[in-house]
Design a protein around this ligand. Structure first.
Ligand SMILES: NC(=O)c1ccc[n+]([C@@H]2O[C@H](COP(=O)([O-])OP(=O)(O)OC[C@H]3O[C@@H](n4cnc5c(N)ncnc54)[C@H](OP(=O)(O)O)[C@@H]3O)[C@@H](O)[C@H]2O)c1
Length: 453
């Protein structure tokens, strides 16, 4: 073979027709991710084309307010429209990138794109978590490809890693820090000892948190993402509403002080694990994790995912979970994969990782035995400890240790008990009773310890 020449691939050799000389893209939604994707595409266009061996053409941009926008930064002629249906109808467009955000519109665009026989790339986690199976069926029927890499942990290749790189593995669990906003807030509270409000305001000023942060701080965003990860890791569809979600709003800086005394830290962990009897446990909640745990090293707005396989052990992927350009890279990685399939006349692998599915039985997490951290804030007076201990004893809960940080007001005195492993439902009952004690200055905070590697 002549130097510099590469042997023709088997699929290309099978293909009589040469692949197309150009692949055309229509992009709908020019917000944070849309604009980031366009910037990365234009900046990396030559390199992407060298990877592909064909031209990659940004044919049309669509956004409701597109006519009012200054698009001089594009530096090349691109058609514009405020009407997404025009993009989906255009016979010259091969791949539609959907980045509009709102579910009903995103879903309508996705369905219309697949019905029109076009390939689809989306970054919409809600769309994929709630309607992913339907979209896969539609894309299969239309013989087109569906790209979803940007839906989980934005700029990291986590879905590709699970689906392709580790397709030979049997995953027993997946744990992630899947929301950069909450991780930024928690790790700022940890680093500086500031309170939740102050860290939230700073996250908003830096653009990491929305003006209404509920979706992130209550764990709803991470809930969609862990549902997608569980589907792809286990081949079992998970209904999002079956994923329990607890947010970070009740964590205080004093919890980090106690966590450190116990050589632990606090992270909002989204997790899914298979149980021996075949059910799946799936949750989003703040957990006490060892400071040596791999996920404890994920700080700031970063995301991290820890995959646990029964042969390869632990595999960790970490990186930028959000932001226009990092997420744009994930969107374009799907575009490259799909464009390669268009060029070779083949198809990409199935986006949710499996072709045959088993129904998931979701386990009730309150049957778990966990060791727990219990923080009580009380109006100090004699006999408090005796009354709390009596309730715990009545529920057969053993105390491991009692800790108290100095220099707090007697009217709002925090102290902590660490509790030996007990079923979560017994812990919940005991905490409910403790919450009713007359000297409680605020509701108790219960957080399980998790022995994450
Ligand atoms: N932001 C992130 O870092 C991130 C990371 C990973 C995944 N995602 C996902 O990526 C998607 C986009 O997020 P984003 O943050 O870029 O949203 P965004 O900033 O709110 O942008 C949404 C864009 O969609 C356009 N749009 C809305 N409805 C439309 C319609 N009917 N027709 C045409 N255009 C329409 C808006 O247009 P106008 O402004 O012209 O009205 C806007 O340009 C979401 O699904 C999100 O969950 C985001």
């Amino acid at each position: 073979m002549a130097p510099g020449k590469i042997a023709q691939s088997a699929s290309a050799a099978r293909n009589d027709k040469p692949g197309p000389r150009s692949v055309s893209i229509g992009l709908i939604g020019l917000g944070t991710v849309g604009a980031g994707t366009v910037k990365v595409l234009l900046e990396h266009q030559r390199e992407l084309e060298r990877r592909l061996g064909c031209k990659l053409k940004l044919k049309t941009l669509c956004s409701r307010s597109i006519a009012q926008r200054d698009l001089s930064w594009l530096g090349q002629p691109v058609e514009i429209t405020p009407d997404w249906k025009q993009v989906v109808r255009d016979p010259e467009i091969d791949i539609v990138i959907e980045l509009v955000g709102k579910l009903p519109t995103a879903r309508a665009i996705a369905q219309a794109t697949l019905a029109a026989g076009k390939h689809l790339v989306t970054a919409n986690k809600q769309l994929v978590a709630e309607h992913g199976m339907d979209l896969v069926e539609r894309s299969r029927a239309a013989e087109v490809n569906l790209g979803i890499e940007a839906c989980v942990a934005g700029g990291t290749p986590i879905l590709h890693a699970i689906r392709e790189g580790l397709a030979g593995e049997h995953f027993t669990a997946v744990y992630g820090i899947l929301n950069g906003t909450t991780n930024y807030i928690l790790t700022e509270m940890e680093r500086r000892g500031c309170d939740y409000r102050e860290a939230l305001v700073e996250a908003q000023q830096k653009g990491y948190a929305e003006p209404d942060p509920t979706f992130d701080v209550e764990g709803y965003d991470a809930r969609y993402k862990i549902a997608i990860l569980a589907m792809i890791c286990f081949g079992q569809p998970v209904a999002v509403e079956r994923v329990s979600a607890e947010g970070i709003t009740r964590i205080e800086s004093v919890d980090f002080a106690y966590a450190h005394r116990l050589d632990h830290t606090i992270r909002l962990i989204a997790g899914a694990r298979r149980r021996a009897e075949g059910s799946v446990e799936i949750f989003v909640r703040p957990l006490m994790i060892p400071r040596s745990a791999q996920l404890a090293a994920v700080t700031g707005a970063l995301n991290g995912v820890l995959l646990v396989g029964n042969k390869g052990g632990n595999t960790m992927v970490t990186g930028r979970g959000a932001g226009g350009e990092p997420t744009g890279v994930a969107v374009l990685s799907d575009v490259v994969q799909i464009a390669r399939a268009i060029v070779s006349g083949g198809s990409t692998t199935t986006p949710l990782g499996y072709t045959h599915w088993r129904p998931a039985r979701i386990a009730a997490s309150d049957e778990n035995e966990v060791a727990a951290y219990l923080r009580l804030v009380v109006r100090d007076r004699p006999g408090i400890l005796a009354r709390v201990c009596a309730i715990l004893a009545r529920h057969h809960i053993n105390i491991d240790s009692v800790l108290q940080e100095p220099a707090h007001s007697k009217e709002k005195l925090p102290f902590v008990m660490t509790l030996e492993p007990t079923r979560e439902k017994y812990l919940a009952r005991a905490v409910k009773e403790i919450a009713r004690l007359p000297f409680m200055a605020q509701p108790p905070l219960l957080m399980p310890f998790s022995q994450l590697p």
